[in-house]
Design a binder for this molecule. Structure first.
Ligand code: NDP
Ligand code: HEM
Length: 498
């Protein structure tokens, strides 16, 4: 049966084709409230896109725990045999909502687990590291990825200027410019929690942990040339692949792994284990298999369920905690703040964000409050403490103390940090073909930038491996049809002093 068309107030609409006018030739009558409602709603159809990671693709699924990590964490969703429903959203970082999917960029890998102890969000990327290690630099870095204020175009000069002045970016830049910087679909890439988080168990012991999701579809990548062809045909290749695959019953899977570090080990590693520009080498901290993540259901409405999804690293559950990682600490603030701006005060009442467990708190009122006052279960319990049987804290959720020491200061995050060693380890993993594509991708990305910026960056490549710098020089020369320059000299006084 066809439903009767109504206004938003439920009144039947007699005519949805012709507006209400004084005579057949007009003008319009302002009393045509149905027309006014339609136009006013259209004016409010858009919400701000995410300030980063605007273009995305998502689906629902389940996490099944097959391993046993119960000695590290009490999180119910991670106990042997647990099955937890989830939402995943993948994204590019820099492009706007209408950007093409097959662009070279880091991919977001955001997961929301609807656990019985509250929502647990793991808001990671398809890379294990990041471009900056101090959140003070995040807005600056993102400005270089977005449009130039005057030209309104992306600026390779800004990107390489920033990167060459920020050697901690080299690890992530190398991954971005390598094959893995352009996966053919969200299914053909790994996901990483990237940060160091905590696990804690019933005995109140803390361990540090990194999360990995290894693709079971295998890694597949486009070259720049292949991606150009794809984008020429469709800008929505990821949506087509993910949505289309799930509609056909092809459910992508990832193997979940964790790496575990004790608090004592964290004091002994040669690198800072809370530095987001570093990995924990597998040889020292072997990955432990935990379970399987599967995506198996598409959203019914993209806007309601994927665009309005609100993922936040602040969403943790008992048994999981943060770490001293400065970047993680800043993200714990930033995301819920972004959601209040992008979606409104009560963004967690939007069905896709609603926890699938009882929710009781004393927050009151506010715009678009759809849960009816406060969520205490008793109208007289609207403050705390109270003797009205209102919701009360539960010490079961109290995390063990975090060991900290030292002075509070603005420490130079570049002091004593090796920004090159792990990049060398990565470079050495690449075969000849991978290396040549890396060089060519960098040469293409550097096109048109001032020579002094290119030289400053080449010093960093040289420090990773002489072949890295030589390869990029060769590829740049080939692109320009000239002989490669051979020597590498420090391009800034700072580099000369190092
Ligand atoms: P391992 O050889 O033990 O681990 C290599 C890791 O690198 C695997 O996770 C593998 O992922 C990944 N990898 C393999 N080939 C590539 C590639 N072409 N591009 C990006 N990643 C790749 O070495 P280490 O643990 O000592 O790490 C060496 C380097 O590997 C690191 O410096 C880092 O750059 C990179 N890496 C390390 C990770 C870690 O957690 N230790 C995670 C990802 C990258 P897969 O199994 O899916 O192929
Ligand atoms: C999205 C801030 C670093 C992964 C966002 C958003 C903000 C933000 C404001 C938009 C949120 C929204 O509107 O819903 C920051 C800050 C960072 C940082 C301040 C550093 C200090 C990182 C890192 C990762 C990451 C290191 C990955 C390891 C993501 C992902 C999304 C996102 C995946 C999209 C989530 C979704 O699909 O909705 N970030 N970010 N970000 N960020 Fe970050």
């Amino acid at each position: 049966m066809t439903h009767r068309l109504t206004t938003t107030a439920g009144a039947p609409v007699p005519d949805n084709q012709n507006s209400w006018t004084a005579g057949p030739r007009g003008p319009l009558l302002i009393q045509d409230y149905q027309l006014v409602e339609k136009l006013a709603h259209q004016n409010r159809e858009r919400i701000p896109e995410r300030v980063v990671h605007a273009k995305g693709w998502g689906a629902y699924g389940v996490l099944k725990i097959t391993g046993d990590i119960s000695k590290y964490t009490k999180a119910k969703a991670l106990q042997p045999g647990a099955e937890t429903p989830l939402l995943a959203r993948f994204s590019t970082v820099a492009g706007e909502l209408g950007a093409a999917d097959a662009e070279r960029d880091v991919r977001g890998f955001a997961l929301k687990f609807y656990t019985e102890e509250g929502n647990w969000d793991l808001v990671g990327n398809n890379t294990p590291v990041f471009f900056v290690r101090d959140p003070y630099k995040f807005p600056d870095f993102i400005h270089t990825q977005k449009r130039h204020p005057k030209t309104n175009m992306r600026s390779p000069t800004a990107m390489w200027d920033f990167w060459s002045l920020s050697p901690e970016s080299l690890h992530q830049v190398t991954i971005l410019m390598s094959d893995r910087g352009l996966p053919v679909s969200p299914m053909h890439m790994n996901g990483y929690g990237s940060h160091t988080y905590s696990f804690w168990n019933d005995a109140g012991e803390r361990y540090y942990v990194k999360f990995h999701f290894k693709t079971q579809q295998g890694h597949k990548h486009y070259t720049n040339e292949e991606a150009d062809q794809v984008i020429g045909k469709t800008r929505e290749s990821y949506q087509e692949a993910l949505f289309g695959g799930i509609e056909k019953g092809e459910f992508p899977r990832w193997t979940m792994q964790v790496q575990i570090m004790t608090e004592e080990q964290a004091e002994q590693t040669s690198y800072n284990p809370f530095d987001l520009t570093k990995v924990w080498p597998h040889g020292e901290f072997p990955p432990i298999e935990v379970g399987v993540l599967e995506l198996n259901r598409n959203a019914e409405n993209y806007f309601a369920e994927i665009e309005q999804a609100a993922f936040s690293p602040s969403n943790i559950v008992p048994g999981i905690g943060f770490s001293p990682d400065k970047m993680l600490q800043a993200r714990v603030f930033s995301y819920a703040d972004a959601h209040r701006y992008r979606l409104g005060t009560h963004y967690e009442s939007i069905p896709v964000n609603m926890p699938r467990c009882p929710v009781h708190h004393y927050h009151k009122d506010g715009q678009m409050n759809v849960y009816g006052g406060i969520r205490t279960g008793n109208p007289d319990a609207y403050y705390e403490p109270n003797s009205m049987n209102g919701p009360a804290e539960d010490r079961f959720a109290k995390e063990p103390p975090l060991r900290l020491s030292g002075d509070a200061d603005r420490f130079n995050h570049r002091d004593g940090n090796d920004d090159y060693g792990q990049v060398t380890a990565l470079f050495n993993l690449f075969d000849e073909g991978q290396k040549n594509r890396l060089f060519a991708n960098i040469a293409a990305a550097m096109s048109g930038i001032p020579e002094e910026i290119a030289e400053r960056q080449l010093v960093h490549f040289e420090r990773v491996h002489p072949d890295y710098a030589a390869g990029v020089r060769r590829a740049r020369a080939e692109l320009d049809g000239r002989e490669p320059a051979i020597s590498v000299t420090p391009a800034t006084p700072q580099q000369a002093a190092e």
